[in-house]
Design a protein around this ligand. Structure first.
Ligand code: AMP
Length: 304
């Protein structure tokens, strides 16, 4: 996909204001918030955003508030130049790429968004403060860009639920769309963190998808007992020596409450360490259309 229209790159709040003003005549606006190192998963959100709105804005900000003290904030992959090329070729009109001083001119915000009970389970149980950091920055980005729509990925399932609730509960006046997880040809969910994996780890990382897809299949054949389905996820993981499961749960897609019986739309969600790299994934039971896959691309490019 190419665009004739130039890409505006805003690094400061003033540049963002000027850029947004210049786009004001161009109809509805969709925001795709990211931490950069864009891959085909992010690009699918951009495509979805351009279906929803006339103008697409992408934010690129590696958000320090959402990383714990022993997490990978410093080494998180960054590639602004490559990201801008991808954005330009996908018809994005404006990229907002602030640094920390621009996002938090007074230091970390004194007022932050508390995810409440919805942020306590699943990933929230293992990453204290993570979702508070995510919601605080997403709310700030929404305030700065004032889009009609904001688009997120189901890959970060709990995050997408929390953002949907935040927007409703705080009446933020933006509509939220959640796009399906884009996967490698073999099923591994695309993630910027996959870049950390060694060749051996990359092979074992497939255990997440093997477990989840086996559970999905078992559900398709009539099994609804959550513990049996989750055991299937565990089996998929246990066959891969470099994987260490952090959690696997079957939950309600809105309340995130653990379920004993699966119904259509229940979500099996999991996190596992593959070596030092923490990976997450999930599947929706009874989902009729398969998640999109990236075709293998011998020269290292993408074709989603
Ligand atoms: P990140 O840059 O990892 O913070 O992700 C930015 C957005 O891209 C979030 O809404 C993620 O859920 C979404 N995303 C990340 N990986 C994928 C994927 N494989 N498929 C679809 N969306 C994704």
């Amino acid at each position: 996909m190419t665009s004739e229209r130039p890409l505006i790159v805003a690094r400061t709040r003033d540049e963002l204001r000027v850029g947004l003003d210049s786009l004001a005549k161009h109809g509805t606006v969709a925001l795709v918030p990211t931490m950069g190192a864009l891959h085909a998963g992010h690009l699918s959100l951009i495509e979805r955003a351009s279906e929803l709105c006339d103008t697409v804005i992408v934010s690129i900000f590696v958000n320090p508030l959402q990383f714990g003290p022993n997490e990978d904030f410093r080494r998180y992959p960054r590639d602004l130049e490559g990201d801008l090329e991808h954005c330009a070729s996908y018809g994005v009109r404006l990229v907002f790429a602030p640094d920390e001083g621009v996002m938090f001119p007074e230091g970390p915000p004194a007022i932050q968004v508390d995810p409440g009970a919805l942020g306590e389970g699943l990933c929230g149980a293992f990453r204290p403060g993570h979702f508070r950091g995510v919601l605080t920055v997403v709310a700030t980005l929404l305030g700065l860009t004032r889009p009609d729509w904001a688009v997120f990925g189901r890959k970060d399932f709990q995050q997408s639920v929390l953002i949907g609730r935040m927007v409703e509960d705080l009446a933020l006046g933006v509509r939220v769309d959640v796009a399906p997880t884009v996967r490698e040809a073999d099923g591994l969910a695309l993630s910027s963190r996959n870049a950390y994996l060694s060749e051996d780890e990359r092979m074992d990382a497939l255990g997440l998808w093997m477990g989840l897809s086996a559970a999905q299949e078992l559900y398709g054949s009539g099994e609804t007992d959550a513990s049996v389905l989750i055991d299937r996820v565990r089996e998929g993981v246990s066959q891969h020596p470099r994987l260490a499961l952090q959690y696997a749960e079957l939950v309600d897609p809105e309340t995130l409450a653990p379920l004993e019986k699966a119904v259509p739309g229940s979500v099996a969600a999991m996190a596992a360490f593959c070596g030092e790299t923490r990976l997450i994934d999930n599947v929706v039971l009874g989902q009729t259309s398969p998640d999109p896959r990236v075709r293998p691309e011998p020269r290292g490019g993408w074709s989603s």
